[in-house]
Design a protein around this ligand. Sequence first.
Ligand SMILES: [Zn+2]
Length: 558
Amino acid sequence: MRENSRLHKRRNDPGFTRDGQASLSLGFTVSASTSANSRITRTKGRTGRHTARLDPRAPNLLPASDTPKITRASAPEIAELDAILAIVPDSPAKSLFGELPESERWQGLNARSKPRSGTVRTTVLANPRQTLAVLGYIGAEASTFERLALAGRMLKEASSRCPGSIGLIALGDDVAAQGGVDALLAAALASAFQMPAFRSHASEDATIRRLALLDAAKVDIPYATAAARGNNLVRWLTALPPNMLDAQGYHATIAKLAKAHKVGFEWLDEQSLRRAGANAFLAVSAANVRRDAGIAHLTYRPPGNKARSPDIALIGKGILFDTGGVNLKPHRSMLDMHIDMSGSAVALATLLALVELKAPLAVDAWLAITENQIGPNAYRPQEVVKAANGVTIQVIHTDAEGRMVLADTLALAGKTQPRFMMDFATLTGAAVYSLTERMSGVLTNRPKLAAKLVEAGRTSGERVWNFPFDADYDTDLESKIADVLQCSVDGKGDHILATRFLSRFVPDDIAWAHVDLSSATRNGGLAHINTDITGFGVRYALELILKHDILADVGRRK
Ligand SMILES: [Zn+2]
């Protein structure tokens, strides 16, 4: 919003700082069929809400490829692969290279000049296969982000040769070796994934079919695979064109994923949302041509856990295309607005990864799915709408639609009394101005959680930065006619004000973190991800939930 002023240029819109070129040009070959003909029939579910039943003719919007095979291999076997990627310390002992096939070749590469942390060098081995050798150096103090970025550059080097099989090796002390091979595996699994492409002549490029680890014992392969699948799914869904991932197509795709993972699924359509009083969501969806918007609700309960209230509720913004509404976005800002659903994909993919890992937690996901369109039924500035928890909102700018749909989605999720709520949304340009696309913003209604929220970003390599959540900011959202302003008229600190606004829809007794996904897209990719759509969020959320046990800090349910 506020497109007439550079500083106030607000987003729901990571694209607005970019030069707007198409971002899906990195060698994708898989095709997906259009969902224009997708059909979903609705039947009354047990709860009385409407549940989707898939029409078998519904098009497949899911990725065709799965992750490559991951195997253990000895050094001589690795020498038979198309490429070997090896990470070593930035001042490596000569003896280290003894573990690599044709070690004198690697030593020669090392002897070229003094390397620095982050340096990448390549050569070709003298074997009949002419195995590509990629050597990467990492400093002892390097962060996870730096290791991932190095691994991403090494995969980029290798990908020019289209290797079908790659050996992954990290040498050095145990900690360095594990960190290195984790990063290489994450980068390789991302690189192997085929993003959507719709060329009439599919490219013939070979894909990575096999990854061989010299020391597989160092890696938690199920965890790495689940995190990578989650990241890949987010990138895939986010990249799909808006005429394919429309509300019907997304609805059908989520239903299919829920069924495959055996998790509960219900779809709250506009009718049920009207009954629930979710008028903030409905204000945004009003301009849609079809009445197919809704909130998807997925429930995962591990075996033996029949809890009604989840431990964790994951909430995501799923704006399938954001025109800005009647406060229409200009060309450059609107161009990439099919990515405005990536928060919902992060919530969805995180839940599925937790299922895959059999996490002993009860988890729900709530995905707010609609377009933000223009037209005679579109909501307008100065409307007053009442959300599902009774809070009335004075609308200021129709491009601040993300917080409108999230308001009701948070309120509905809050009614199930989760111990911890976490939402993901490409919400504000202010977060991008503050951080660029390298990190995402995180805000929380529990100051004592802030340190752990940031730490999980550091250790996962998907970095987040904490912004204030002080109550005095609320004076900027005081309305003369309603309970709260949707946003302030000038755009200062919009990422903070948006969070203060959203907090009105989160019950006070529930711990909550809001992730403003400023790093959902970045030109040239981010860390180990070499596509502009980064899939940022799943790796972070899994780290926070499983490795940092955020629930331990949230406390017991009263
Ligand atoms: Zn918007």
